[in-house]
Ligand binder design. Structure first.
Ligand code: FAD
Ligand code: SF4
Length: 329
């Protein structure tokens, strides 16, 4: 049985206390929400904080407010179950409720939060193993080693961004608010992710994710398609988030296609969005967009399924995501 290492556990009740504890603790501290990612990582000795600071008792992080007209604010500690079941999110942002519903299992969704999901560690077959397994291959670049087993000539880690909500948040243009002892900042979700499996976030470790702002639903719609082995529970090995804005005449005025599960960061395929703009959402545009995502997708051999097949599925899953939008007009 894998055991957690020893650590001290703090439960602040105010944001100011949480960021102060983190500031005082320095690099040995780490925030935890539901712990469904952090605790397994600690058991595998991939992350080793000496002080773990819970964000679950910060009232501001546990609230949902607003609606589709004004935009919705979701606190970072809101659980995935609460998102799946929230009436306004289901009514005004069904894509968010749908993507959250595809994450892991009901039990894990009861514990796991939206904040933890957006800050999830990157994943790789050579990394998501216990300590002894990783020691057996002399570890790898991401933790304790000096070689990448996926691309041995590479100085970069290719571990995969594997959250279902990340491509959705990037596609719909969500904004994220962070707090630290230095103050607050708000960034676009797209600006958070870095294309490096080790240094995968443009965020300092001491920054607390406070909340997520979903934009008003003024004429846009979005969908999400997830590829995984088991429909009941598995990380995405490809996720396609599609977002389109329609003008009054019913033509696409703007569009974004964002791929998850194939690279260290979510990948927006701008050519795919361009292929849709200026015409109603019809078969020709959809097929051109699907071809564009297929061309840009370059999955590596470090998750489930054969990588060439995952690349081919990018075309198919883009077709499905866009056809769903066309069918619900
Ligand atoms: C068996 C299994 C299957 C899974 N399947 C999926 C899946 O299909 N899709 C998917 O997307 N995920 C999946 N997950 C991953 C995980 O359960 C979810 O992503 C979950 O939402 C993580 O949330 P959490 O609150 O438990 O995160 P935690 O483990 O608490 O935290 C994750 C990371 O975020 C940081 N963090 C958390 N909250 C904050 C905050 N407010 N401010 C700053 N840092 C913070 C932590 O320090 C940590 O680095 C799975 C996990 C397991 C164990
Ligand atoms: S991509 Fe390479 S360095 Fe990164 S976790 Fe996998 S084997 Fe390790």
């Amino acid at each position: 049985m894998m055991r957690l290492p020893k650590f001290s556990y703090r439960t602040p009740r105010e944001i100011s206390d949480a960021v102060k504890i983190m500031g005082d603790t320095g690099p040995e501290g780490q925030f935890v929400a539901g712990g469904t990612d952090l605790y397994p990582n600690m058991k595998r000795r991939q992350q080793m904080p000496r002080t773990v600071i819970s964000v679950m008792r910060l009232p501001e992080l546990n609230q949902i407010s607003g609606d589709g007209e004004a935009g919705i604010r979701i606190g970072a500690s809101v659980t995935l179950t609460d998102i799946v079941e929230h009436p306004l999110i289901n009514r005004d942002y069904p894509v968010v409720a749908h993507a959250a519903r595809t994450i892991s299992t009901p039990l894990l969704r009861n514990m796991g939060t939206i904040g933890g999901n957006l800050l999830l560690d990157t994943r790789c077959n050579y990394y998501d193993q216990n300590y002894e397994w990783r020691k057996g291959i002399n570890f790898c670049l991401k933790k304790d080693g000096d070689i990448c087993w996926v691309a041995p000539g590479s100085s970069k880690c290719w571990a995969v961004q594997s959250s279902d909500l990340v491509p959705v948040m990037v596609a719909i243009g969500a904004k994220l608010r962070f707090a630290s002892t230095l103050g607050e900042r708000v960034i676009d979700a797209a600006g958070l992710y870095n294309d490096d499996g080790i240094d995968y976030l443009h965020k300092r470790p001491d920054e607390l994710l406070v909340d997520i702002h979903l934009p008003p639903t003024n004429g846009w719609r979005a969908s999400y398609q997830k590829l995984r082995r088991r429909g009941a529970f598995d990380f995405p090995v490809l996720g396609v988030a599609a977002w389109v804005q329609l003008d009054h005449a019913g033509s696409v005025s703007d569009a974004r296609l964002v791929l998850g599960g194939i690279a260290p960061s979510p990948l927006e395929v701008k050519e795919a969005g361009q292929a849709l703009i200026g015409q109603p959402l019809g078969r020709a545009g959809i097929e051109a967009a699907a071809e564009a995502t297929y061309v840009r997708a370059r999955p590596l051999d470090n998750t489930d399924f054969v990588m060439n097949w995952r690349k081919q599925m990018t075309r198919e899953y883009t077709l499905r995501a866009l056809q769903e939008l066309a069918d619900t007009r």
